[in-house]
Design a protein around this ligand. Structure first.
Ligand code: AMP
Length: 371
């Protein structure tokens, strides 16, 4: 019961990884699905191709990454028809992401009918956020009717990284408080108390919170009314602008932080402002989560930017020495797991995330094969 195939189905791509325990036996990416010259015509063809190319002998389970678990899916869940209907009902909450996961589930169940399948939700880790942390101060009746609340995302990553941080510090996860900063193309912050999420920066959708590659992060909602009413833009266009043409791309014309960093090194003004807006926003959330947690054992950076950019790590936490938070320059360059000087109140860590491994582990746990 150790072999698990993890599938991460996007609208035009399928990422897969086959595990035996924690070891990776095979992995790959089928891209530009449905596009001319792409790797596959649709999700069915993509999964058929993955199965033809991968030795699935002894496969015990398939773990699916599902973006939205809505208000009811609080943990990884073994998939049956009712669960599929439950995931379908959440399409309006995640119209850009949920349909791809559903087609992956449908096709995988068809092609592997005797293998149990598990849905692992990006939102589930945040189910422990208390009501005062997930409720917005809007009309309760409207919010209830339309399932409007903070759900949060990147949950498998925050869960994995918080647990690994406790390991790095030699503490048990149940006694460790961590602020996890997942900084990739998408980005979010999370306050984790004793292994449980109590606050996170993404909201109803992954648009809220930190500045991202192409997403604006948090803005005053009046910006939307203004663009609609005064500028005359249709709602769909505003959504596209905020989700695909915002963030670093909106500010500097580049969604890849590496390009922003090299232009900033040459003194480019737009790139410099983009970097400053990006890191200041992260610092604002760090401050908020220090206040929410009270005692913080570690602040952990992860994902593409968090794992690879000493400049972002240093700038984000600069000036916080009076709060007992500091980054040691040499350790930061080396991305040693602990990059703070010895003896500080709050450690600063760099911990590579592994969402697929966490999905495999949670799939086995959901099937009762492990703790
Ligand atoms: P992810 O979504 O976790 O794969 O992160 C992807 C993002 O990480 C890319 O868009 C880059 O902006 C960023 N990234 C990757 N490598 C580096 C690096 N060496 N320095 C700065 N940013 C990086």
């Amino acid at each position: 019961m150790t072999r698990v195939l993890v599938l991460n189905c996007g609208s035009s791509s399928v990422k897969y990884r086959l595990f035996d325990g924690a070891a990776t036996l095979a992995k790959g990416l089928v891209e530009r699905i449905g596009e001319e010259g792409g790797d596959a015509a649709d999700h069915l063809a993509a999964l058929q191709r993955i199965m033809a190319e991968t030795d699935l002998d002894g496969l015990a389970a398939v773990g699916h990454r599902v973006v939205h678990g809505g208000p009811d899916f609080h943990a990884a869940t073994v998939i049956d028809d009712a669960v599929v209907r439950g995931i379908e009902a959440l399409v309006p909450l995640a119209p850009l992401h949920q349909p791809a996961a559903l087609s992956g589930i449908e096709v995988a169940r068809k092609l592997l009918p005797s293998v149990p399948q598990v849905a692992v939700f990006d939102t589930a880790f945040h189910a422990t956020i208390p009501p005062e942390g997930f409720t917005w101060a809007i009309d309760t009746e409207l919010a209830g009717r339309w399932q409007i609340r903070r759900y949060g995302f990147h949950g498998t990553s925050h869960a994995y990284v918080a647990r690994r941080t406790a390991g790095v510090l030699g503490l048990s996860p149940a006694e460790t408080n961590v602020i996890t900063l997942h900084l990739g193309n998408g980005a979010s912050a999370c306050a984790v108390r004793g292994g449980r999420s109590i606050a996170t920066s993404m909201g109803l959708s992954p648009l809220d919170g930190l500045v991202m590659g192409t997403r604006s992060g948090a803005i005053d909602p009046t910006v939307i009314f203004h663009l609609h009413r005064v500028a005359g833009l249709p709602i769909d266009e505003i959504e596209t602008s905020l989700t695909r043409h915002g963030g670093l791309l909106g500010l500097a014309g580049e969604n890849d932080l590496r390009a922003v960093l090299s232009r900033r090194a040459l003194g480019d003004e737009a790139a410099t402002l983009a970097f400053d807006v990006y890191t200041r926003r992260i610092r604002e959330y760090v401050g908020a989560y220090l206040a929410v947690l009270g005692r913080v054992d570690a602040i952990t950076f992860t994902a593409g930017v968090g794992e690879n950019s000493p400049a972002v790590r240093a700038a984000t936490l600069s000036g916080l020495e009076p709060l007992g938070i500091a980054v040691d320059p040499a350790r930061n360059e080396a991305a040693a797991p602990i990059i703070s000087p010895d003896g500080g109140r709050t450690a600063v860590c760099v911990v590579p995330t592994d969402e697929e491994l966490e999905i495999a582990d949670q799939s086995r746990a959901a099937l009762g094969w492990e703790d």
